[in-house]
Design a binder for this molecule. Structure first.
Ligand SMILES: Cc1cn([C@H]2C[C@H](O)[C@@H](COP(=O)(O)OP(=O)(O)OP(=O)(O)O)O2)c(=O)[nH]c1=O
Length: 195
C-alpha cells in the first residue's frame, strides 16, 4: 500500500509531517492534481469545497498508477463571507478587494479533506470562524505588496504575516492553514483498515 498526497501546497505536506505522518514512515508520495475549480450553478460553498477535495483525490489517483495500491489524499480550502466564496486571488486588485471585504468582519474558512483508493472514498469537512481586525487601505497595500496573499484562499495566510489581522479564531487552526489534522488522522485510520 502506498500513500499519496495529491497537492501542490507545501503547507499540506508540512502539516502531514507535523502530525507524525512523516513521508519516510508512511511512504507518502506527492502528485500534482489538475482539476477545473469552477463552481457549479447554485452549488453551496460546502458542497463545492467537498467536491473539489474529492476530485483532487480522484485526479491524484489517476496519476498514481505507478504506485502499489495507492490511497490518495486531496484537500481544498475556501474562505466564505456571507455565502460568497473567496478562493485564491486572481491578481493584486482581487487580493485587495478580498482583504477589504474581510476587514472588521467574521468569515468562515472551509477545508475539506478526502481520501480515495478507487473503491472507497471518504471525506470530512471542517468549518472555522475567523474574525479580522480593521484594515486600512495602507495596511492592505503593504500586505499585498509582500506577495503573501497571492496563493492563498481569501488572500491571507494566518500562519504568516496575515496572522497579524486575526483577532480571534473558533475552530481548527490547521484547517485554516490547509489541512484539518484531527479529521485527517481519522480518515487515514479509516482508510488504513480498508486493505
Ligand atoms: C485562509 C488560508 C489559506 N491558506 C492556503 C491553503 C491552501 O493551500 C490555499 C487554498 O488553495 P487550495 O486550492 O485549497 O489549495 P492549493 O491550490 O494551494 O493546493 P492543492 O490544490 O494543490 O492542494 O490557501 C493558507 O495557507 N493560510 C490561510 O490562512
Amino acid at each position: 500500500m502506498t500513500w499519496v498526497l495529491a497537492s501542490t501546497s507545501p503547507r499540506r505536506k508540512e502539516l502531514l509531517a507535523q502530525a507524525g505522518f512523516s513521508f519516510a514512515q508512511f511512504r507518502f508520495h506527492v502528485v500534482a492534481p489538475d482539476i477545473d475549480e469552477t463552481p457549479k450553478a447554485n452549488e453551496l460553498a460546502q458542497e463545492y469545497v467537498c467536491r473539489l477535495a474529492i476530485e483532487k483525490a480522484q485526479a491524484g489517483l489517476a496519476l498514481s498508477a505507478q504506485f502499489d495500491q495507492p490511497k490518495v489524499l486531496g484537500s481544498d480550502t475556501i474562505v466564505v463571507l456571507n455565502g460568497v466564496i473567496l478562493g485564491k486571488p486572481v491578481d493584486v486588485d482581487d487580493a485587495k478587494r478580498m482583504l477589504a471585504l474581510l476587514s472588521s468582519n467574521t468569515h468562515e474558512v472551509m477545508t475539506a479533506v478526502a481520501i480515495t483508493d478507487g473503491q472507497h472514498t471518504v471525506h470530512r469537512l471542517c468549518k472555522t470562524q475567523v474574525s479580522f481586525c480593521q484594515l486600512s487601505a495602507a495596511d492592505i497595500d503593504a500586505y499585498v505588496a509582500t506577495g503573501e496573499p497571492m496563493d492563498k484562499a481569501g488572500a491571507y495566510g494566518i500562519q504568516a504575516l496575515g496572522g497579524c489581522f486575526v483577532e480571534s479564531i473558533t475552530g481548527s487552526y490547521s484547517a485554516v492553514v490547509g489541512l484539518p489534522l484531527v479529521e485527517t488522522r481519522e480518515l487515514l485510520a479509516c482508510m488504513m483498515q480498508q486493505t
